[in-house]
Design a protein around this ligand. Structure first.
Ligand SMILES: Cc1ncc(COP(=O)(O)O)c(C=O)c1O
Length: 436
């Protein structure tokens, strides 16, 4: 083992050896060496309240004892065989996913990440439908690969040379900044009509599949109205288009009422992709679909590390912990409490906070002035200031002006109060700088 470096030594080494594109959230990042529950610790032992859970990944808290026990036991027993050999953890996980997903979703392909899960889902959708074109939404994020990077509609992450072919984007349901300058009470779902317009004008009229996040995560917690997905589903049915719900962030209970975010919209997709919170930090992803669709992927699919015993066994325990500790109910209760706290801050700082949105523990607060001008520098400063105060929150949105609150689902109201106090302090100092 190499000795623990201090923060400056680590920064120098990082800059020398990593791609510069591997950017950190902070200009002056802490050197985290330990995590326990909802807290992170730097190399000097300073404690930070983690309200972002990695990137929305540590679903049951850092180093949860029961999860760690499973991981260690599995590491000591069998680490690897690959998908061409039969092992129980992968099969157990697939069985559990069939139990917790809606409708007839029951066949899984286990991967290492959300990107891979989306890749696999698009591939199967194309094979099952015999069609090629894909509809995604503006402001979306679907991953890092060539295909997933093109599904992504945010210039900060999109490849600038040779995007993948056959992918078009429709307007998203971003009510605070409606792409059609309408308001939810009178818009008549212009964004749903846009999907039909895109099908008619930018595809052959027979696209294979539509992919959407129930709440856009990286896009800035963009939360569609309650009827949105039901209306989308009608359009998709008319054109025979399959529906992938990308639940890499909204999955495994985070939105508080159901295992998967799309369920709260009363809609059954043809496929669900997931990752992040499923492994609580271990690399894993999955796509689940119906037997009819899965059987169309008739060629052998190998994934060397997908469904590996360590990640799969760990994921089974993560799901068990979510059930045993009633973390979905906690996500709803504490999530509602935090949302009310953020709305209260919005009342105090109407010139700084334009919108508060989200469900459960998938929350966002968009910093904008009364004319909705994105407050980009202010957001960066707020995220840095709260970090200096010992509270980690995330940042996102196309303009980088959305504060993202997506903590481990084990969070308590006491922790929430600490964060809200820290945000208030940071907003007060931001308001002073803005005025001054
Ligand atoms: C909605 C969504 N889909 C896919 C991905 C890609 O997942 P991964 O980083 O595990 O490849 C992410 C990652 O942030 C995501 O938020």
């Amino acid at each position: 083992m190499t000795a623990t470096l201090n923060r400056d030594e680590l920064k120098k080494k990082r800059d020398k050896y990593l791609f510069p594109s591997v950017r950190q959230l902070y200009s002056d990042p802490p050197n985290f060496v330990k995590g326990k529950g909802v807290h992170l610790y730097d190399e000097k032992g300073r404690e930070y309240l983690d309200m972002f859970a990695g990137i929305v990944t540590v679903s049951v808290g850092h180093c949860h004892p029961k999860v760690v026990k499973t991981t260690v036991q599995q590491v000591e027993t069998l680490q690897h065989t690959s998908t061409i050999f039969m092992t129980q953890p992968m099969v157990d996980l697939a069985e559990k996913l069939a139990q917790i997903t809606p409708g007839n979703l029951s066949k899984s392909f286990i991967t290492n990440s959300g990107t891979e899960a989306n890749e696999a889902a698009i591939k199967v959708a194309r094979l099952a439908s015999g069609r090629n074109e894909v509809i995604a939404l503006q402001h979306s994020y679907h991953g890092e690969s060539h295909l997933a990077g093109t599904l992504t509609a945010n210039h900060n992450y999109r490849p600038d040379i040779m995007p993948a072919i056959g992918i078009v984007h429709a307007a998203n349901a971003y009510c605070y900044r409606c792409p059609f300058q309408k308001t939810p009470d009178s818009c008549q779902m212009e964004c749903v009509k846009d999907i039909e317009r895109v099908i008619q004008t930018q595809t052959s009229g027979k696209p294979a599949v539509y992919i959407a996040e129930p709440i856009q995560g990286v896009g800035g917690t963009i939360t569609p109205p309650d009827d949105y997905f039901k209306e989308v589903k009608k359009v998709l049915s008319n054109y025979g288009v399959l529906f992938i719900s990308d639940e890499v962030q909204t999955g495994v209970g985070r939105t508080g009422t159901h295992w998967f975010g799309i369920q709260s919209y009363g809609v059954e997709p043809d496929m669900i992709t997931m990752a992040k919170g499923l492994g609580n930090g271990l690399p894993i992803g999955a796509v689940i679909t119906t037997p009819e669709i899965a059987e169309k992927a008739s060629k052998q699919q190998i994934n060397t590390f997908g469904g590996n015993p360590i990640s799969a066994a760990t994921a089974c325990t993560v799901l068990e912990v979510i059930e045993e500790e009633k973390l979905m109910a906690n996500a709803l209760e504490v999530g509602n409490y935090i949302k009310a706290g953020l709305e209260d801050l919005q009342k105090h700082f109407p010139d700084l906070i334009g919108d508060v949105r989200g469900k459960g523990l998938m929350l966002g607060m968009e910093l904008a002035d009364k004319k909705k001008t994105p407050l980009v520098q202010e957001t960066m400063r707020l995220v840095e200031t709260t970090k200096d105060d010992g509270v980690i929150v995330g940042k996102g949105g196309l303009y980088g002006n959305v504060v993202r609150v997506k903590p481990p689902m084990t969070i308590t109201k006491e922790h929430a109060d600490i964060m809200l106090k820290s945000l208030k302090k940071a907003l007060e100092s931001t308001a002073k700088v803005s005025v001054g």
